[in-house]
Design a protein around this ligand. Structure first.
Ligand code: GLU
Length: 493
């Protein structure tokens, strides 16, 4: 059997380290068996998917050296590799299920579904579609299909247990009563993840699905769909989720999760790959430092550990230090450093911002060093230069973090607008808002214009610094956070 694996990210945000983690294990497994590794873009969520996000995912995986054999940029015999371009394929498969009685059109309104769920919850039951549209008479269905918006749902048994075979975890038993009658086709004609993932893994002849454990509870739906279609199910391997140091699921609220952040911080891709490998797996000799090639050579699914892997930046930094010291001679160090920061593209972004203020080249470093830094060393007193209280400053910084999380177009003018709007919403002077932000971003009161600098630093680095500033100022307690969330929700705009 030829092994085919895939990574299937949804392009709905920053390129997540979790995607790289799944890609790494999928790639190692495929390579070790002389098989193929596929990149598929799961952009069925039309409202949240963006081409920019897809672009960044591709660039990040490439930067890490996780090269795929087939994908949206490369094509291949099983294309297209973007689900939005496969849209016409799915309806036929759904129709097959409807014709066989495994799926049915559902006309229920959101209001009815909300009401149904509310009642189920009140009775202490699992919220689950109640089958209302499953038994409508054929004639009624035919006439409503022509005139009413509808989705298509799959039928799911109400009793018994589904057994999911997981290559690492063995048999996982899940009661059917816990599984909803999943929507397969949305009202706009787009497939849901559950339908598209099954159809595409089948059509792309994927033999092994390696994905995060957050998908375990969806596996029964997939098992059932494979049965309904009469297809062989690929083997599934649910990898343990990456965690924050407090053991919660790795989230950008607690840790930078974007691969571009690690690139920007000056980590080596080899070290990031090594670290991700080390989090879920170990070399037979226990050596912690290894290359991708070594990992592929020694790869063995049985050495994957199911314990909760904690993504610890301090450990990653330690490992990166080893890579810098042990693997780069001075010449290689110089080349990588130039490529990282002192390349023409970067300099051409920075120079227009500082040339007016520079008389000699040596004036440059003090002005622009913050563009090359990671987390600046803050002088706490710089934050309240205008006399605001510490709590007030933290409140502003937290609000800025939240506002910027919702900003998709990270450029000077939209950033400018964001601060104008936020100051207006808070009814404060713009400079009282920008003062602490300036210090958080630049680390000092004198620096090039803020919005240009933020545009160059990018969203991950800016948010990481804003969060770091919050920490340095004493952090925000859970109680304070609750209160801030309430205040924030009440802000106009
Ligand atoms: N699109 C899903 C995700 O982004 C893929 C899950 C899977 O691998 O099946 O997590």
């Amino acid at each position: 059997m030829k092994v085919r694996t895939r990574v299937a990210p949804s392009p709905t945000g920053d390129p997540h380290v979790g995607t790289a983690y799944m890609a790494l294990f999928s790639l190692c497994f495929a390579r070790q068996h002389g098989g193929q590794f596929v990149l598929r873009i799961e952009d069925t969520d039309v409202a949240r998917s963006t081409p920019e996000s897809e672009q960044k995912i591709l660039e990040s995986l490439r930067w890490l050296g996780l090269d795929w054999d087939e994908g949206p940029d490369k094509g291949g015999p099983y294309g297209p590799y973007r689900q939005s371009e496969r849209k016409p394929m799915y309806a036929g498969y759904v129709q097959t299920l409807v014709d066989a009685g495994h799926a049915f059109p559902c006309f229920c309104t959101t209001e009815r579904l909300d009401e149904m769920r509310r009642e189920q919850m009140q009775r202490g039951e699992t919220a689950r579609y109640d089958g209302h549209c499953m038994h409508l008479p054929g004639a009624e269905v035919a006439s409503r299909l022509a005139n009413e918006a509808h989705v298509v749902r799959m039928k799911v048994p109400t009793q018994g247990t589904c057994v999911v075979q997981d290559r690492l975890r063995g048999e996982i038993e899940i009661d059917w009563a816990q599984i909803d009658m999943q929507v397969l086709l949305k009202a706009d004609g787009n497939p849901t993840y559950h339908l598209a993932v099954v159809v595409d893994d089948h059509l792309m002849e994927i033999t092994h699905i390696i994905r995060g454990e957050e998908w375990i509870n969806s596996a029964p739906k997939h098992v059932l769909l494979y049965q309904y279609f009469g297809w062989d199910m690929p083997e599934i391997i649910h990898m343990p989720l990456l965690r924050n140091p407090d053991k919660s699921k790795l989230s950008k609220r607690k840790n930078p999760t974007s691969i571009t952040f690690y690139e920007r911080m000056g980590f080596l891709p080899e070290a990031v790959i090594n670290y991700l490998g080390m989090l879920g797996w170990s070399m037979p000799d226990g050596e912690e430092k290894f290359t991708l090639a070594q990992m592929i050579e020694q790869f063995d699914l049985n050495r994957i550990s199911l314990g909760a892997p904690v993504f610890d930046i301090a450990k990653l930094k330690w490992l990166n230090g080893r890579w810098l010291r042990e693997d780069l001679d001075a010449a290689a160090f110089a080349d990588k450093l130039v490529a990282w920061a002192y390349n023409r593209k970067n300099l051409l972004q920075v120079i227009p911002l500082i040339r007016e203020r520079v008389d000699v080249f040596s004036d440059l470093a003090p002005l622009a060093s913050f563009l090359l830094e990671g987390m600046p060393a803050y002088d706490e007193s710089a934050f309240n230069a205008r006399g605001a209280s510490l709590d007030e400053i933290k409140r502003l910084l937290q609000f800025v973090v939240w506002r910027t999380e919702a900003l998709h177009d990270w450029q000077r003018d939209p950033l400018n607008q964001l601060f104008v709007d936020l100051a207006a919403a808070l009814d404060i002077k713009i400079r009282d808002l920008l003062g602490p932000v300036f210090v958080a971003i630049a680390g000092k009161p004198v620096a090039p214009p803020l919005f240009d600098s933020m545009a160059i630093l990018g969203p991950d680095m800016c948010r990481a610094r804003l969060r770091h500033a919050l920490e340095v100022l004493g952090g925000v307690s859970k109680k304070q956070l609750k209160k801030l969330e309430k205040d924030y929700a009440l802000l106009p705009g």
